[in-house]
Design a protein around this ligand. Structure first.
Ligand code: BG6
Length: 479
């Protein structure tokens, strides 16, 4: 129990992403997205990426939890919890089904009008991500996603269309969700969901990642500029997965390896916040002989399109250790360089649960960026059991969230970090992004749907629903 009270206007809420809840994957003109060609996996496997939609495969995002049709009921439940904000994304392929059209799809735009109106009916402020792992699939097959500079134009056209349409309905925007997941360039899932490409045989995945990510930070900077030309009151943020990387020991080599890991994971937000590349990275490109397409006009745009706040997800922490044959760069390869941290427990999915890491994260970003911060994801994926009375006793979720909120409040009240809001993952059960499972549940609201797609889709309040309702009602004073 804590007695800390947060500022009035703190944006308590919950988060989801369009592709993980909406379903209706081919309704009202929506085109296929990258999420629509990924199958479901088990707890420890990766999802398969198929060439288009293949007969006989199961694609859990196609129906997800049918939020597209059930959003009035769901938003009403969010309001019952007391949400002040609701973070979701706009499914890019509802607005530009192929991605490269010149005009947006009216039926897609109309859906988000209805959704945002429904939120405002209850005084809930939408917080909207432009690109949350849902690039139109046609951009993958025709252009290689963000391998191509052309995708900057497609993205900014999409951004302009939604900024214009929701000029008076949405104030808080985020450009690319967890843009820095692709630091792990050996993982097919991260490159495909962040940047819409797969590595070809013989290619240097790291070099291609840096090129695609460069186009994304330029696209983000252009979107910031477009946003302000449409509505100067818009608040546009960047969004990173904040997974701190600790040194495994006090060996100076491990400490430097961890620093290089942090630099490798957070150059994205360095560029988005500061408008320029950090010096270590421009030297790294030279050392590695990565001849990237980075133009003077790009660099000028990065300077003009810096973000106003930084959103981040926080789930876990990592640890790393130097090996015996580091190169001069101490190059960080996330698929090989992580070690288990013996001081923190793991979730059933092997995620290292570390509430104090959230206070560390907030202090680290506060010192580095001097911008308001927004915790736009935090939560634990767990197996829930629905009782015969339709209850879910998810004390483990309450414990996880309580411990993390406590650390966030300490950062705010003891360390003076400015935090705009807290939208845990997830408002309602969703399809897991990395595994495609429904059984990796995150929500305050249980959805009767199983990994194989069976279930009634009925909604039930979990114990955490009532707990979080009280947290919001006391503005975080009673956890
Ligand atoms: C973040 C994403 O990676 O973490 C979400 O922004 C995702 O889309 C969440 O759902 C939890 O990850 P996962 O893989 O367990 O769903």
């Amino acid at each position: 129990m804590t007695s800390r009270t947060l500022p009035a206007g703190f944006l308590w809420g919950g988060a989801v992403a369009a592709h993980q809840v909406e379903g209706a994957y081919n309704v009202d003109g929506k085109g296929l997205s990258v999420a629509d060609v990924m199958t479901a996996a088990g707890t420890h496997d990766e999802r398969k990426i198929t060439q288009g939609v293949q007969p006989g495969e199961f694609y859990p995002n196609h129906e997800a939890v049918d939020f597209y049709h059930r959003y009035p009921e769901d938003v009403k439940l969010f309001a019952e919890m007391g949400f002040k904000s609701f973070r979701t994304s706009i499914a890019w392929s509802r607005i530009f089904p192929q991605g490269d059209e010149l005009e947006p799809n009216e039926a897609g735009l109309a859906f988000y009008d209805r959704l945002f109106d429904e939120c405002h009916k209850y005084g809930i402020e939408p917080v909207v991500t432009l690109s949350h792992f849902e690039m139109p699939y046609h951009l993958v097959t025709a252009y290689g996603g963000f391998r191509s500079r052309k995708t900057i134009t497609f993205f900014t056209r999409f951004a302009r269309a939604v900024f214009t349409r929701y000029r008076d309905k949405v104030k808080y925007w985020l450009t690319f969700n967890e843009i820095n997941n692709q630091t792990n360039y050996d993982r097919e899932f991260t490159l495909f969901t962040n940047s819409g490409f797969q590595v070809k045989p013989g290619e240097n995945a790291e070099a291609v990642m840096y090129q695609a990510a460069h186009y994304e930070v330029v696209a983000s900077a252009l979107a910031v500029q477009i946003a302000h030309s449409i509505n100067p009151d818009f608040q546009v943020g960047a969004m990173v997965a904040f997974t701190p990387v600790y040194p495994a020991t006090d060996n100076p080599r491990d400490v430097f390896k961890a620093q290089r890991a942090m630099q490798s994971r957070f150059w994205f937000s360095d560029v988005q916040v500061e408008g320029q590349y950090p010096s270590w990275l421009t030297h790294y490109f030279q050392a590695k002989k990565y001849d990237l397409d980075i133009t003077p006009a790009d660099l000028a745009n990065l300077k003009k399109g810096t973000v106003e706040y930084l959103g981040f997800s926080y789930y876990m922490s990592f640890a790393t250790q130097a090996n015996d044959h580091e190169d001069d760069q101490f190059s960080y390869n996330e698929s090989q360089d992580l070690v288990t941290n013996q001081f923190v427990p793991q979730s059933d999915w092997g995620w290292q649960v570390d509430p104090e890491g959230l206070r560390y994260a907030l202090n680290w970003m506060n010192d580095r960026y001097h911008l308001p911060l927004f915790v736009v994801e935090n939560g634990i994926g767990a197996i829930d059991h629905l009782t015969a009375d339709h209850e879910v006793h998810d004390q483990y979720r309450i414990d996880y969230l309580r411990e993390h909120i406590e650390q966030m409040e300490l950062a705010m009240t003891e360390d003076g970090v400015e935090v705009m809001g807290y939208t845990p993952w997830s408002a309602i059960d969703i399809v897991s992004a990395s595994t495609g499972q429904l059984s990796k549940r995150y929500g305050f609201i249980y959805v009767d749907r199983n990994d194989d797609g069976s279930g009634s889709l009925a909604r039930y309040r979990k114990d955490s629903f009532y707990w979080y309702q009280h947290v919001i009602a006391t503005n975080g004073a009673e956890l």
